[in-house]
Design a protein around this ligand. Structure first.
Ligand SMILES: [Zn+2]
Length: 190
């Protein structure tokens, strides 16, 4: 999804982990939601299928109960996306309103992502390679694989050294060159 703010700034919702998007649950629904999580943990059966069913129920409930909220990071307008689909705008009372109202509760310590991808021949792309990362405002484009690879590892080393990474992958022509995942690492230690 993409829509334009009245200030002319485009607001994209085409990837995960957006710092200007949040999922809002009404207080009228919040405790029911917590109870459903408790019951999924405590009352679901012991098998993998039982666990999967309980998990699907929670995921479905979370998408039914939440409203999507967006903030324009240029003019600070807030948008509530309601069900049935309807976008409602709220304007800030002053220029001092926080532009990053919807970012992670972890603030600067939020663990982000890094992805690099390269294709020798892909007519759908304007360039051969690009890097996207949570620490970059926009994706970076490349026409030289060696530069892309070098910059990927520079960003990777910096984010991992600062404990600011959750997942990372580098692909060339569809083959995975490098991959790293905090969850997989955590699982392997537990
Ligand atoms: Zn705006």
């Amino acid at each position: 999804m993409k829509f334009m703010c009245e200030c002319g700034h485009p607001i994209y919702d085409t990837t995960d982990y957006l710092s200007y998007k949040a999922h809002l649950i009404s207080d009228q629904d919040w405790f029911d939601f917590l109870e459903e999580i408790d019951s999924a943990i405590e009352k679901s059966g012991p098998s993998e299928i039982d666990k999967e069913k309980a998990l699907m129920k929670i995921r479905s409930l979370s998408s039914n109960l939440t409203k999507k909220v967006y903030q324009c990071n240029k003019c600070r307008n807030m948008f509530f996306y309601n069900n049935p689909p309807r976008l409602e705008v709220f304007r800030p009372s002053s220029d001092s309103v926080n532009k990053k109202l919807l970012r992670s509760a972890h603030g600067d310590k939020w663990k982000g992502f890094l992805n690099g991808d390269w294709m020798d021949n892909n007519l759908a792309w304007r360039v051969k390679g690009f890097i996207t990362a949570s620490c970059l405002d926009e994706g970076k484009q490349y026409d030289d694989w060696e530069i892309l690879e070098k910059e990927y590892y520079l960003v990777f080393n910096e984010l991992s050294a600062n404990n600011l990474l959750r997942s990372s992958s580098l692909k060339k022509n569809g083959n995975v060159f490098h991959t790293w995942n905090l969850t997989a690492l955590w699982r392997s230690f537990n």
